[in-house]
Ligand binder design. Sequence first.
Ligand SMILES: [Ca+2]
Length: 183
Amino acid sequence: MYYGNTSVGTTSSGSATFDIFDDYESDSWTYSENGASFSGSLATDAWVSASHGYKLVYPSSTSSSAGYYGRYTKPLDVGSGSRKMRMSVKDSYTGGTSGYHKKQVYIGATKYYDADVSGGTTDWTDTGWVNISSTTGNQNVYFQIYENSGVGNFGINVWYDNLIIRKSASSEPTGSIVSEQSC
Ligand SMILES: [Ca+2]
């Protein structure tokens, strides 16, 4: 009984696990802004892998209004069927002032991540695995700082790294690993 054959099969199909993985090491996303002088860069001061992350900045002593944004966009074929998305996120603020700067990720017209910069940590976190199955095909994917309300003097730095879109496998390989150990 060569249960090992099963594990070989799951290993070889592993290359198809990730539909999209972008670690933001090459500067292939397009920066845009609305309303005020945000700034964006492919930065080396914070990253998850391997040495770069996209950084968006809203400067201090600058007035904004609701709807202003600084954004990175890329057109991507996000596929079809059951899929999940995840992205790493970090911001520079842990204070309690909320309702102004939002961290958001959109695929097409749908907002899949919407978090306030208030509270939390200045360490890297992530969006969690978000179900994006209802959005298919060619879409503009973008991540941004979005002004939910206008500020007068509230600077913020936000970093993003590692976009992952993967199929939601109906059969995960963990069962095969367990049966292999039972041999
Ligand atoms: Ca990176």
